[in-house]
Design a protein around this ligand. Structure first.
Ligand SMILES: [Zn+2]
Length: 295
């Protein structure tokens, strides 16, 4: 059995994964905690009496030789420079495999596209649009990774639209796509535009009745569409898969498609939502750890 963890900026999901790589049981807790020790204790309590012989972890952030080096240092306060592989090995006394959450989800979604005749597509971009904007890239049936852990942090590509303003990203750049299109950014920008505190869900609920909310969502969808087109121009992707709380919304996907259609046909990519829903990261990291184990 595999213990799979998907550690996001807001929520952490844990799943017990059976030998057929299917989820047997799933639980979740908030990721927000004052420090690592308290989060680790909450994680241990969440797992309870589950029995497993290895741990597969999909986490937000850049991982370099088992150490977290997040670009967004504000998302999880205790994440910066945390030796996550060693800490989780100590916590669970089992071998630990760690990979970026969007990369894991990309792999999980890519596996869903396999048929008995081989893959339906060979190159995909997975985008998780939730607390931040994460991305995972499969090119020619292989997960793209790099020694510096930066591949593929496409949410930190810059974006500009007329009248957009300047948004500072915690990575040190301005107008990263994450500052325009993440759920956090959508809620923040609509709150400023409307003069009242709004959650991401409330902003989407006002799409057809409040022009300011519609403008914020359309700018986010436009930014995501341009990102997909740019990635298609550089990597030749067949399909873009949207996941995360915002990415899974039908309205958001349709607005991304709307902006995609403004591009010449050759640059367009098929846009779908994650077939595994919010489980892409859990299933994907279990599959990747299996692959790693098999060498
Ligand atoms: Zn950034």
């Amino acid at each position: 059995m595999i213990l799979a963890l998907d550690i996001g900026g807001t929520k952490t999901s844990a799943a017990l994964i059976g030998p057929n790589l299917k989820i047997v049981e799933k639980r979740s807790i908030s990721t927000q905690s004052p420090n690592w020790a308290m989060f680790a204790r909450a994680l241990r309590e969440l797992i309870g009496t589950w029995q497993f012989d290895r741990v597969a972890v999909a986490t937000t952030g850049r991982i370099v030789e088992g150490v977290l080096q997040p670009l967004n240092t504000e998302m999880i306060s205790f994440w910066n420079a945390l030796p996550i592989t060693d800490e989780l090995t100590k916590l669970f006394s089992q071998p630990v495999f760690v990979v970026n959450d969007a990369a894991a989800a990309a792999w999980g979604e890519f596996q869903c596209m396999q048929t008995s005749d081989g893959p339906l597509v060979h190159s995909i971009l997975y985008l998780t649009i939730s607390t931040g904007v994460g991305s995972g890239l499969i090119v020619n049936d292989r997960l793209v990774s790099s020694a510096n852990g930066l591949a593929s942090h496409a949410g930190h590509c810059q974006h500009s639209l007329p009248g957009l303003g300047v948004y500072h990203c915690s990575c040190g750049r301005t107008n990263c796509i994450e500052t325009i299109a993440s759920g956090t950014a959508i809620a923040h920008r609509a709150t400023v535009a409307c003069g009242e505190t709004l959650s991401t869900i409330e902003v989407f609920a006002r799409y057809y009745t409040h022009s300011e909310c519609a403008r914020v969502i359309d700018q986010a969808a436009h930014a995501i569409s341009d990102l997909i087109v740019n990635m298609n121009a550089t990597m030749g992707i067949d399909r873009a898969v949207l996941g995360g709380g915002v990415g899974l919304l039908d309205l958001f996907r349709e607005r991304v498609r709307f902006y995609m259609l403004k591009n010449p046909t050759v640059f367009r990519a098929e846009i779908t939502t994650a077939a595994l829903g919010s489980d892409s990261g859990l299933v994907g990291v279990a599959q990747l750890s299996n692959k790693d184990e098999a060498g």
